[in-house]
Design a protein around this ligand. Structure first.
Ligand code: HEC
Length: 218
């Protein structure tokens, strides 16, 4: 069977663009912080709350107040407001009617974290566990070689049709997570895994890819 190979030159160009983007992200991003609850709350927040409160809780004019760097917001108040919402011209929906208690607590943990952090740290990556944990790296490696290696990436992330990962110590965790979650359409399509894989599995893949990035290039 004839399998069409990508046009390597165009592919290299895309790769260069992606790398440049990744490097840009790196410079902006602070080191990862571990907090299982807040990390889960962050992904929930990015689905449910950003339309009004902004991507990192910076607030949106005419829609909703900022939630970052708000020492005035006490955790109990945050919990009540999320659960019960508030009527008004600009209403805050009552999330207690659609989310269960653990989900609310995750949001409370994240918003409390946001409220306690200065604006320039609000975009910080929150990981649910340490990305240096060898067990997580091993789990990510197993998943990678089962799901990602065969068709596009090559065993252990080298020699596939997609960019190699080794020799790239600056791979930004949030950039990797978002790329796996949302996929990307370039010369080659990277599928979106956000619906297929739970967040912890994606973070394990990120842990493994970061680990690969720290190996010497082949
Ligand atoms: C439809 C727009 C909208 C969405 C979606 C939304 N909010 Fe709000 N939120 C508001 C508005 C408007 C206020 C201000 C209400 C007031 O005090 O009048 C608010 C207030 C808050 C407050 C209190 C802030 C303060 O200054 O008093 C918190 C905490 C909060 N929202 C969290 C969340 C979380 C967490 C989510 C996602 C689960 C969310 N909001 C989704 C509109 C929204």
């Amino acid at each position: 069977m004839h399998v069409p190979l990508p046009d390597t030159r165009r592919f290299r160009l895309t790769f260069a663009a992606v790398l440049a983007l990744a490097t840009g992200f790196c410079l902006a991003a602070a080191p990862a912080v571990e907090s299982p609850e807040a990390a889960a709350g962050k992904s929930r927040f990015e689905k449910l709350c950003v339309a009004c409160h902004g991507k990192a809780g910076e607030g949106r004019e005419g829609r909703a107040p900022k939630l970052q760097q708000r020492p005035d917001l006490a955790t109990d108040f945050i919990r009540t407001r999320i659960r019960e919402g508030k009527h008004g011209d600009h209403a805050m929906p009552p999330w207690g009617t659609v989310l269960d208690a653990p989900a609310i607590e995750e949001l409370v943990a994240y918003v409390t974290w946001l409220a306690g952090h200065p604006t320039d740290e609000a975009g910080t990556t929150l990981t649910p566990f340490s990305l240096d944990d060898p067990d997580r790296i091993a789990a990510g490696r197993k998943r990678f070689n089962k799901t990602c290696a065969g068709y596009c990436h090559g065993f252990d992330g080298s020699g596939g049709r997609a960019p190699d990962f080794k020799g790239r110590p600056n791979l930004d965790p949030q950039f990797l997570y978002d790329t796996i979650y949302h996929g990307r359409e370039g010369t080659e399509v990277m599928p979106s895994w956000g619906d297929a894989l739970p967040p912890n599995t994606i973070w394990e893949l990120v842990a493994f890819l970061r680990h690969l990035g720290q190996q010497p290039a082949e």
